[in-house]
Design a protein around this ligand. Structure first.
Ligand SMILES: Cc1cc2nc3c(=O)[nH]c(=O)nc-3n(C[C@H](O)[C@H](O)[C@H](O)COP(=O)(O)OP(=O)(O)OC[C@H]3O[C@@H](n4cnc5c(N)ncnc54)[C@H](O)[C@@H]3O)c2cc1C
Length: 387
């Protein structure tokens, strides 16, 4: 059945309040001005800029929060506070916990992924759920109580770069506090360090790890067995503290299809498989790499598709193409870039910015907009470091 859009301008409901939701909002306002009436439904008051969570325990800046109400007001979007619990595609409605359902002509699901610990034991690096555990591990390292820290990338993690930052920054922290006695080990299922960025960047990351004295074990599927022992590649390893990245589960929204991990399948334009007028963007989708820059590129592709549906003359853009990442090191940030289709042929690592603004989450509209807010003194203020 072909659904006649009920509203003019087109009522586009965006579920979520993160990178993908905001990039989609900004792109829609840009690409289809006057043709779209956006509505954001978010279960948090603020947009949280997560990448800075890694530097926080080392004193390298604090995560930034922006009020969604301000961002929506700036872009002429209605904001509804609430948690989307289900979608009724036949009725073109989303159900919201404790509130009346909301109508849509087009729906973008951008609700992200939910982190959960990969192992029962050890420390999970999750600043929201257990931030103090990592802070205690750092304090123990500084006091000589826990000289060997192992950082583990569990099999299935969609964005491994924070583990490299943790390893490099923890090694620098150990050197600063206990010069000779500290040891940092990094275990990852990747065959080479940050291999998604291609061979050249990977070699340079390997050299950075070497120079920092981090012992790298690539290509291993580690299993943390107790708080101080793990099994990897058939051998056992002991460490005083074992820190693992969390795994992620998809949003599993009733009424929409999902894979066994709860992620929502779509085509390259973000159209949800088998469901009319519903798109997905960002970590909520099945794309294996869960990363803000890619979430923004997916949101752009979705916005283009919807702008065309709303009658705007815009060219279709291919879904994510470029991986960009900033690695925090004690010697300053390192910028990494590679095209997803040819990582080895396009692999780059530089101490100089490879894009502008040189933010950790690279995006066409959200990053420049947030940079502008801060330049105008309208940002959240915690701008100790710009990456
Ligand atoms: C420690 C750490 C470091 C990172 N470093 C980088 C980095 O350097 N570079 C980079 O590009 N990426 C980085 N990332 C990844 C990046 O933060 C995510 O990939 C990105 O935030 C995904 O965007 P998203 O919009 O899909 O999801 P999210 O940003 O998670 O946003 C989802 C939003 O939807 C809301 N929501 C969830 N469920 C519902 C619901 N049912 N109803 C309504 N609202 C809902 C949430 O509250 C949230 O506001 C990092 C992540 C972490 C945790």
């Amino acid at each position: 059945m072909i659904f006649e859009h009920r509203h003019d301008p087109l009522r586009v409901v965006i579920a979520g309040g993160g990178v993908a939701a905001l990039e989609a909002l900004l792109a829609l306002r840009d690409l289809a001005p006057g043709r779209v009436a956006p509505v954001l439904i978010a279960d948090q008051e603020d947009f949280l800029y997560r990448p800075l969570l890694v530097g926080e325990p080392f004193g390298l800046g604090r995560p930034r929060r922006h009020r969604l109400a301000d961002l929506c007001a700036d872009h002429g979007a209605e904001l509804i506070a609430g948690r989307v619990t289900a979608v009724a595609p036949g009725d073109h409605q989303v159900a919201i916990a404790g509130r009346a359902p909301v109508d849509y002509d087009e729906l973008i699901v951008a609700t992200g992924a939910r982190p959960y610990p990969a192992f029962e034991d050890g420390v999970t690096f999750d600043r929201d759920l257990s931030g103090e555990e990592f802070d205690e591990a750092l304090a123990d390292l500084a006091h000589g109580l826990a000289p060997h820290v192992a950082i583990v990338v569990p099999t299935g993690v969609g964005w491994t770069l924070p583990a490299y930052e943790l390893a490099l920054l923890t090694a620098a922290w150990g050197a600063r506090h206990h010069a000779d006695e500290h040891r940092v080990t990094l275990l990852t299922p990747e065959r080479a360090p940050l291999e998604a960025f291609g061979a050249a960047a990977s070699r340079e990351v390997g050299a950075l790890l070497d120079a920092a004295g981090v012992a790298l074990f690539p290509g291993v599927h580690a299993d943390v067995v107790t708080a101080s022992s793990l099994r990897a590649g058939g051998s056992w390893m002991d460490a005083d503290r074992i820190v693992s990245l969390p795994l992620q589960a998809g949003p599993r929204i009733a009424g929409l299809p999902c894979d066994e991990h709860g992620f929502i399948p779509s085509d390259a334009r973000g159209r949800v498989a088998g469901v009319d007028d519903v798109h997905v963007a960002g970590d909520a989708g099945t794309f294996a790499v869960k990363q803000g820059g890619l979430a923004a590129q997916q949101a752009e592709a979705v916005a283009v598709d919807l702008a065309r549906r709303a009658g705007a003359l815009v060219a279709q853009v291919p879904s994510p193409r470029v991986l960009r990442g900033v690695l925090l090191t004690e010697h300053g940030p390192r910028f990494l870039r590679a095209e997803l289709g040819d990582p080895d042929g396009t692999s780059e690592l530089s101490a100089q910015p490879l894009w502008w603004p040189p933010t950790k989450i690279a995006s066409r509209r959200l990053a420049p907009y947030l940079a502008r807010l801060e330049a105008e003194g309208r940002g959240p203020g915690a701008v100790a470091m710009r990456t």
